[in-house]
Each structure stands twice: as C-alpha cells, then as structure tokens.
Design a protein around this ligand. Structure first.
Ligand code: PGA
Length: 251
C-alpha cells in the first residue's frame, strides 16, 4: 500500500510550563518549523490549558499546530475546573489528546469516557488523539494485543475517518521511564491496531498511528521507521526545542 499518511510529531507538555519558558520554547519551535519548511510532516504541541491560547498566538503563521491535553465531554455547563473541546478550539487548538494513561490512572477515565471525549472533539471541530497502551503486568501476561483491542473498540466512536482520528500507542511502562519496546514489538502492536481499526472505520489504512513512550532524538529514527508508525507522541523530550526538532527531523 502506498504510504499516504503524513507523519505527525506531537509534543505533550503535561503539567509543565510557566509563561516565560513556554513562550521561549514555542518561539524556538516555531522558528525551527518555519526554517525547515516541512510540508511532508506536521508538528503539534499540547501545552497546559492555561497556555493554549497564548502558544497558538505565538505559533501563528509558522505552521506549528497547537492542541489540548484533555477535554470534557460536554460543551459547557456546571463542571468546575474542566475545559471543553469548544473552549480549546476557541483558543486556537486543532487537536486534543484524550485518554492519556496518566488521565486514565489519575482521573479514572474509562474507555467510554474517552469515547465521549473523542466525540466532543469532533463536535467542536478538533481531531482527537486517542491514547491506548498496556501496563507492564499486562505485557508480561501476554495480554498486550487484547488489551489494545479492548481499549480501541471502547474508546474510538463510530464515524472515525483518516481525517478525524489519530491513535497513539503508548505502553504505560515506557512513559517517562527511558524504556521502549523493541521495533518488532512496536510494529506488532501497530499492525494489530490497524487491523482492529479496520472493523471500526472504512478508512483504517489512512488513520495515523503514533508511537509514544520515551521517544527522544537518539531513538526516534528507529522507532519511527517501525511498521505502521506514522509519528510520535513525545512527553519529556518535547520540552526541549532542539530535541523535539531532532525527532521531527527523523520522521
Ligand atoms: P515520555 O511521555 O515521552 O516522557 O515518555 C510520553 C507521553 O506520555 O505522551
């Protein structure tokens, strides 16, 4: 099959970033993206909600995209402390991460909650990046592929297309640990994800599948070359402009 999926390199800043440092990082990234003039790949940063609007403004015109890290399923209302997909869109976001394993663990987000958030993203005109991934004990028990299948079927709403969905495979044990699966393990997971997506959308061949978990400049080329990998979701290394741009370059 011809490879028509444009790589997406997404940075998840998590709960990091005060104005001064965040602006400096966004400015360096925007300059790097502009200078590289990439039309064959996309770069996205997902700052904390407090900074989405300002970073979107700072990135304006450079080609650097901005997204949220989470959204509520509802558009508005009595949900103290939450942010809706519509608010992220209004702030300049194009994407939103949903179902990150830290939110599944910290906030008890289930597959059906994640699915409602993905639908909220669509309602607002955002592309959800739906995260799935196995824990270490699930991998050791040999359950990785079935766990991914269950999460995918539960988290991806009907109506997914190549244009409105990105899936990120992030083994929980690889996040922030410096450990990564082998290239073969990544390929096997991604091949299975694409196969399961085939039952959920007629467009499975075009949906971008990102790998996430301890991606850095030095391992990006290898991980991004794994079968069915169309980009990366990057945590720690996305907080350093040179490192994040090196990952983008490797795509
Ligand atoms: P990491 O995080 O790159 O720091 O491992 C990835 C993620 O949680 O998205």
């Amino acid at each position: 099959m011809a490879r028509t999926r444009r790589p997406l390199i997404a940075g998840n800043w998590k709960m990091n970033g005060l104005k001064a440092d965040a602006f400096a990082l966004a400015k360096d990234l925007a300059a790097g993206v502009k200078q590289a003039g990439w039309s064959d790949r996309e770069l996205l940063v997902c700052p904390p909600a407090t900074l989405v609007a300002a970073i979107a403004e700072a990135a304006g015109g450079s080609g650097l995209l901005v997204g949220g890290q989470n959204c509520h399923a509802k558009a508005s209302g009595a949900h103290t402390g939450d942010v809706s997909a519509e608010m992220l869109k209004d702030a300049g976001a194009t994407h939103v991460i949903v179902g990150h394993s830290e939110r599944r663990a910290d906030c008890g987000e289930t597959d059906s909650i994640v699915r409602a958030k993905a639908e909220a993203a669509w309602r607002a005109g955002l592309v959800p990046i739906v995260c799935i991934g196995e824990t270490l004990s699930e991998r050791e028990a040999g359950d990785t592929l079935s766990v991914l299948e269950t999460q995918l079927k539960g988290s991806v709403p009907p109506g997914a297309t190549a244009a409105n969905l990105v899936v990120a495979y992030e083994p929980v044990w690889a996040i922030g640990t410096g450990k990564t699966p082998t290239v073969d393990e990544v390929s096997a997971a991604h091949a299975h994800i694409r196969k399961v997506l085939g039952g959920l959308t007629g467009d499975a061949a075009g949906v971008r599948l990102l790998y996430g978990g301890s991606v850095k400049g030095s391992n990006a080329a290898e991980l991004l070359a794994a079968g069915d990998v169309d980009g990366a979701l990057v945590g720690g290394a996305s907080l350093h402009a040179a490192e994040f741009l090196a990952i983008a370059k490797a795509a």
